[in-house]
Design a protein around this ligand. Structure first.
Ligand code: S3P
Length: 173
């Protein structure tokens, strides 16, 4: 079993920030699927969507997830849609301890008000989009995760909780 810590959850739940805190605490390397895709494609996610479409982005995301899942000593912040494909979810689950950072609609809307970098939410009916996507995705995040943690606390507190759960689980295995 690989020893990575994998963070999944909806847009705006703080995956990248919490990954950086966890990396400091563990000495692991923090990696972010979205940043790696942007580096590979040499353009922002928003532009990848508008130029090549979502399907192209998802293929690049699957390649990135699989590459990372083959490594060790990582804290992996995944994009909000990364665990939705079964092959991605399986690869991530195999690669370590998966945490679902759960967040409610109001908090997503508060944190992402004014954000234009997320193509799936860049629309006038943003509230409905968040509501529908959350309803559809929550069960999938839960299904892939080894544990669920509320994302509505400070990143450092959340990171500490995750670390305790991770160490507890590492001792038992
Ligand atoms: C997406 C989430 C985004 C990014 C892309 C699609 C999604 O990542 O991968 O815009 O499908 O939820 P964040 O969760 O880091 O915002």
């Amino acid at each position: 079993m690989k020893n990575n810590i994998v963070l999944c959850g909806f847009m705006g739940c703080g995956k990248s920030t919490i990954a950086r805190s966890l990396a400091k605490m563990t000495g692991f390397k923090a990696v972010d699927t979205d940043s790696l895709i942007e580096e590979k494609e040499k353009m922002p996610i928003k532009e990848i969507f508008s130029t090549f479409g979502e399907e192209y982005f998802r293929r690049s995301e699957t390649d990135t997830v699989k590459e990372l899942a083959g490594s060790k000593n990582l804290v992996i912040a995944t994009g909000g849609g990364a665990v939705l494909r079964k092959e991605n979810a399986d690869a991530l689950k195999q690669s370590g301890f998966v945490v679902f950072l759960d967040i409610g609609k109001e908090e997503v809307l508060r944190r992402l008000s004014g954000d234009t970098s997320r193509p799936l939410l860049n629309r006038p009916d943003k509230e409905t989009a968040v509501e529908n996507l959350l309803r559809e995705r929550r069960p999938l995040y839960s299904a892939v995760a080894d544990c669920t943690i509320s994302a509505e606390e400070s990143p450092n507190e959340i990171a500490k909780k995750i670390l305790a759960l991770y160490r507890n689980r590492a001792e038992k295995s």
